[in-house]
Design a protein around this ligand. Sequence first.
Ligand code: HEM
Ligand SMILES: *[C@@H]1O[C@H](CO)[C@@H](O)[C@H](O)[C@H]1NC(C)=O
Ligand SMILES: *[C@@H]1O[C@H](CO)[C@@H](O)[C@H](O)[C@H]1NC(C)=O
Ligand SMILES: *[C@@H]1O[C@H](CO)[C@@H](O)[C@H](O)[C@H]1NC(C)=O
Length: 330
Amino acid sequence: MASSKFLFPFLPPLAFFFFLLLLLLNHGGASPQLSTDFYSRSCPRVFDTVRSVVQSAIQKERRMGASLLRLLFHDCFVLGCDASLLLDDTPTFRGEKTAKPNNNSVRGFDVIDRIKAAVEKVCPGVVSCADILAITSRDSVVILGGPNWEVKLGRRDSRKASFAKANTEIPPPFSSLANLTAFFARKGLSQGDMIALSGAHTIGLAQCFTFRDRIYNDTDIDGSFAKMRQANCPRPVGFGDSNLAPLDLQTPTVFDNDYYNNLVAFKGLLHSDQELFKTIGSNSAPLVKYYAGNTAAFFNDFVVGMIKMSDIRPLTGKKGEIRKNCRKVN
Ligand code: HEM
Ligand SMILES: *[C@@H]1O[C@H](CO)[C@@H](O)[C@H](O)[C@H]1NC(C)=O
Ligand SMILES: *[C@@H]1O[C@H](CO)[C@@H](O)[C@H](O)[C@H]1NC(C)=O
Ligand SMILES: *[C@@H]1O[C@H](CO)[C@@H](O)[C@H](O)[C@H]1NC(C)=O
């Protein structure tokens, strides 16, 4: 009684102190623990080891660079950058791989397995699958001719996944500009980040069902481009659904700024791509035009976006685990 009476005047400031401490600890989901030299002592060979496997995979199939880059996006937007995407379904566990944006679409898991096996050989039990995704996406961009950057590391791997969130937190290709902006805002990314990160569609391929409505129904599309894509993507649903077309019609295996030049020419493949340059007066159009005319600016902002995206809610410290096999929890 007496002591609680004595403490009372100190309680509000004390509560305020703990509130501040909590704020600090939860600081926007950003993690001060990620650092570029995280493995400098525990696994100095991690970068060479990852790069050589990525290099040989891309040599075998140029598209793989695009597929590997996309893995990071689909991982980080669901529960954060925690390799939740890599977990296989089991009879008692539903992962993210069969969620709508991923099913029969995300690829490269076997390459990640090879990278993980190679890394385990040089430093067993040290490097997380989440960090491997971050390094792999950077290496892919560099190998295909894009910008280089130092990857922050120290993420740990989740013991869970979310099929439901994989269905609702990754934007669909039918999204409007406002919707795209909202999807990215939910992850702490600005509209500018979204526009720069969408430049990833300068590499890789998409299936007919993702752009069918665009090439038959959209009006903000170049006529001859629409015809060209219609030739390999029949109008009726269920026909040629998985037929492939390049996201960048000019250089789909080179990481450059052609994506933005396509948009300015109304030759974006996905509805969501063209949303960034739907009308010259839209609020996103000036940035698209800027990147179309300035590769260095695009590269710079893409790197900023990638670093921000790979910082989404990482597990650090004692949270999560270092998986032995990226496909399953230890
Ligand atoms: C802005 C919202 C985005 C939407 C709506 C979107 C949608 C899509 C769709 C529908 C595909 C084709 C999938 C298929 O047909 O199987 C695709 C492919 C791809 N996406 Fe995105 N995406 C977005 C943002 C991003 C971001 C931020 C990145 C990475 C930084 C990215 C990287 C890629 C890559 C590289 C491919 C080609 C993959 C391959 O060839 O295997 N996308 N995207
Ligand atoms: C994923 O695709 C397969 C076809 O390859 C299909 O049988 C299955 O139902 C799909 N899963 C979901 C959850 O939609
Ligand atoms: C997309 O935008 C529409 C209209 O602005 C809104 O009603 C809808 O909830 C949005 N959907 C998502 C998934 O953000
Ligand atoms: C285009 O719009 C029409 C009318 O709204 C719709 O019936 C059709 O399914 C849409 N998509 C394609 C590929 O024609």
